[in-house]
Design a protein around this ligand. Structure first.
Ligand code: XIL
Length: 322
């Protein structure tokens, strides 16, 4: 399609994308983002990897710039992410004085980050990707080792809630469509946390897909996740074409499958009760902005091409809205 109404204008819910602060200096990027989207997730500058320095000091230049851009342009800001198994910051690893010091540092980090964006961040991904792919439970991590598998999760939500009681705190994970055992373990964890009074306030389903997936999986996953009654965030959707090459041979089939998956996702999301439609985020604006290009330099997983023109996938996403 040469022209299409902006995504945010046709959706009944916030439509997000991720950004890095360096992209905001590109006027074409900034224009596209402001025109199409109503929410921003920092792609990596709100992660420990960026914020926590080796000496334990925090830096906030990147996330501050994104927050300022969001504010100036009337976009919502989604905080991502406080605790991720992947991160093992030196400043935390070096804390060997025992549990109390570690808990203090953990609380201090969460309080500083959430507190800094209080009044602006509308929600947080508190714990990211914590469930094993085989559904066997919570992953190992520095946090699990030092604080306990479920306890580090409970503590993170309690500290985040204390720092900003007003915003929903999400648990976010991937492959919840294709790995039903993982999804069951994810929901099981959420139920145990809620029963224990841990303030989990929303569920994020990343929705990183490849363009070979058959119909029905996204719909089933979203409906299942919504069964607990919490707000749902489709938090990082993209559909890799490169990853499906060789699985489907005709390149046009790949693009059609991509469009069909985007339509299925927007439709499944639209079918949720309004109070559960927290936001729908696509993990990047233009194909050329996608993290998937680290794996395949020519991948085209998003809704806009490198020139910012809407693709068939964008039209399909809009058609899926009800
Ligand atoms: C990715 C970013 O896109 C990359 O630029 C970064 O280097 C690594 O993280 N799941 C998540 C996101 O929750 O934070 C990840 O983002 C993609 C997978």
């Amino acid at each position: 399609p040469a022209r299409l109404p902006p995504l945010k204008d046709v959706a009944q819910f916030p439509v997000g994308t991720c950004v890095r602060s360096d992209q905001l200096a590109d006027p074409a990027f900034a224009r596209l983002v402001v025109e199409q989207f109503s929410q921003l997730t920092p792609e990596w500058e709100m992660k420990m990897e960026y914020i926590v320095q080796d000496d334990g000091a925090f830096r906030f230049e990147g996330p501050d710039r994104i927050a300022a851009f969001a504010h100036q342009n009337g976009l919502r800001l989604f905080g991502h992410t406080l605790v991720w198994y992947i991160h093992r910051p030196k400043a935390f690893e070096q804390l060997d004085e025992g549990r109390v010091r570690f808990v203090d540092a953990y609380r201090n980090y969460i309080t500083a980050v959430v507190g800094r964006y209080r009044g602006q961040a509308v929600a947080w991904d508190v714990v990211n990707e914590t469930i094993e792919d085989d559904g066997s439970g919570v992953r190992d991590s520095l946090w699990a080792e030092r604080l306990g598998k479920e306890e580090h999760i409970a503590l993170a939500y309690r500290f985040a809630h204390a720092a900003d009681p007003g915003v929903p705190l999400f648990l976010n994970d991937y492959f919840l469509e294709t790995l039903p055992k993982k999804r069951a373990a994810f929901l099981g964890l959420v139920e145990r946390l809620l029963k224990a009074g841990v303030p989990v306030g929303g569920l994020g389903t990343q929705t990183h897909l490849i363009a070979d997936q058959g119909p029905g999986l996204i719909k089933a996953a979203i409906a299942d996740l919504a069964s607990l009654g919490l707000p749902i965030h489709v938090s990082e959707m993209d559909v890799s074409i490169a990853g499906a090459r060789g699985l489907l041979k005709d390149p046009r089939d790949l693009e059609q499958t991509q469009a069909r998956l985007y339509a299925e996702a927007s439709e499944a999301f639209s079918l949720l009760p309004a109070r559960q439609r927290f936001a729908f985020t696509i993990w990047g604006a233009r194909d050329s902005d996608s993290w998937r290009r680290k794996e395949a330099a020519d991948d085209t997983p998003l809704l806009f091409d490198a020139d910012g023109r809407p693709k068939a996938a964008a039209q399909a996403w809009e058609q899926g809205l009800r």
